[in-house]
Design a protein around this ligand. Structure first.
Ligand code: AMP
Ligand code: ZN
Length: 451
């Protein structure tokens, strides 16, 4: 299996350290508002990654975090905690906000038929682990204190600039000096923030005799260390995470424990909508509820995402979504053929699909192989199940076999038509249509499909 590794900026052969436990970590959502469809592209691509890992005969141990505290509005560690801001906006407690948006996120996750991570970890359940990590970093001399918190001294971590190919000199020149001039270096970041006098921060914990809360990056590092241990196999996230969030996660874990943090890093690109950046001011922040209101399903969107590549910036439009929905319908009709005709040998197609997926998750190529094969094949049950394992589009579930009674009616209607008894044939067609089945005459020798 080949995978583009941000660490080396190369497509590399991926082999896990332990095939029974491919250690994976995915940076999850900050649950302060509804996630938009762009946010979900990442989880769809990482689902494809998990499925491909499984198709290679390996098993994953995958952790996803939920950020329910400490994600500051700006990467520069100023601004409000996003969660506190969300709570104020909605007149609710931070805990209510977290609960509500986490549940919404998970409901969409399931509706997209994404494989459940082995463990889902909420940041607020790992405060002790955060503190232990800050202490470990402190022992090694990486930590200094300012009036507003504990900071990581990035000049002490020699390879700090390597992961994101950062130009630290430029960063220094570009830093706004008037802001947080207690920081030693422009790239230093908060490990832990103190709750300041008069600051209304509902989520707070005591550490070093003062009330405070964790910085954003520490939660991922602490959860990884606790749940997956040293050196994981694959870490995933959005490309926006490379220069700050992931760079800082590496500085924290490799600084504290002197072990490579992750062997592979994979990052997804962004989507635009009708050629524009997703933004509130443009009114194009679509949620799944908007797609559903327009008659689309979660799986139609998943289909659209799978037609592209995780490294490419892609443009979303409703006309392209409609095309994706049609393609999914074609696959369902293909799956429905398995109840009507003897299966053909599709082992080569299967091998080609796997080869495409193993080629840096080329789902578009894999789907193109399937399109070619559809025209002159009939799938077995097993092949439909394989497609579901590979893409998770619920083809088997959405195309169940029909009853013997209906099958008899379809045969009876065919007979009536042969005998030119059109009244009977039409009556039977209407009856069959009521069961959600559309009769086809001649097309691919298929007798019927689901409406
Ligand atoms: P946000 O809640 O805006 O911080 O977004 C959470 C994560 O979703 C970001 O860190 C990105 O990796 C990802 N994301 C945001 N916007 C998009 C987009 N337009 N396309 C793909 N991913 C996105
Ligand atoms: Zn993270």
């Amino acid at each position: 299996m080949k995978l583009y590794n941000t660490l080396t900026r190369k497509v590399e052969e991926f082999t896990p350290q332990n095939t029974e436990r491919v250690k994976m970590y995915t940076c999850g959502p900050t649950v302060y508002s509804f996630a938009h469809i762009g946010n979900f592209t990442a989880y769809i691509y990482w689902d494809l990654l998990v499925r491909t890992i499984r198709l290679n005969g390996w098993k994953e141990d995958r952790v996803l975090n939920i950020t329910d505290v400490g994600h500051l509005a700006s990467d520069a560690d100023d601004g409000e905690d996003k969660m506190e801001k969300g709570a104020r906006r909605e007149g609710k407690t931070v805990w209510q906000i977290a609960e509500m948006y986490m549940n919404d996120y998970l409901a969409n996750f399931r509706a997209l038929n994404l494989i459940e991570p082995t463990q889902i970890c909420r940041a607020t359940d790992f405060i002790e682990e955060d503190i232990a990590l800050v202490d470990a970093l402190d022992k090694k001399g990486f930590v200094y204190e300012t009036s507003d918190g504990l900071y990581y001294d990035t000049s002490k971590f020699a390879s700090y600039a390597d992961f994101a190919h950062l130009d630290l000199e430029n960063l220094k020149a570009g830093a706004r000096v008037e802001f947080n001039n207690e920081k030693h270096n422009a790239s230093d970041f908060a490990l832990w923030k103190w709750v300041r006098e008069g600051e209304d921060h509902a989520m707070q914990w005591e550490y070093r005799g003062r009330a405070g809360y964790p910085g954003w990056h520490i939660e991922c590092a602490a959860i990884i260390h606790e749940k997956l241990g040293e050196t994981i196999d694959i870490h995933t996230g959005g490309i926006d995470h490379i220069p700050v969030h992931h760079t800082n996660e590496i500085a924290e874990l490799e600084g504290a424990y002197d072990k490579q943090m992750s062997r592979f890093w994979v990052h997804n690109n962004f989507i635009t909508i009708d050629g524009e950046k997703i933004s509130k001011s443009l009114g194009n922040v679509y949620m799944f509820s908007d797609l559903i209101a327009k008659g689309f399903s979660h799986l139609d969107y998943k289909m659209w995402v799978l037609q592209g590549h995780f490294q490419s910036e892609r443009n979303f439009s409703f006309s392209d979504l409609a095309a994706a929905r049609q393609r999914l319908t074609n696959y369902r009709n293909f799956a429905a053929l398995r109840w009507q005709k003897p299966a053909t040998d599709m082992s080569e197609v299967r091998a080609e699909i796997l080869e495409q997926l193993n080629n840096n998750l080329n789902s578009a190529g894999a789907l193109a192989e399937l399109d070619k094969a559809i025209k002159n094949n009939v799938p077995s049950n097993e092949f439909v199940e394989f497609l579901d394992e590979a893409f998770g589009l619920k083809l088997a579930e959405s195309t169940p076999d029909i009853s013997d009674e209906l099958k008899a009616k379809i045969a009876e209607r065919k007979q009536a038509k042969t005998e030119r008894d059109f009244a009977k044939s039409d009556a039977l067609r209407d009856e069959i249509a009521k069961a959600g089945i559309k009769l086809l005459d001649g097309a691919n020798e298929m007798l019927w499909q689901y409406e």
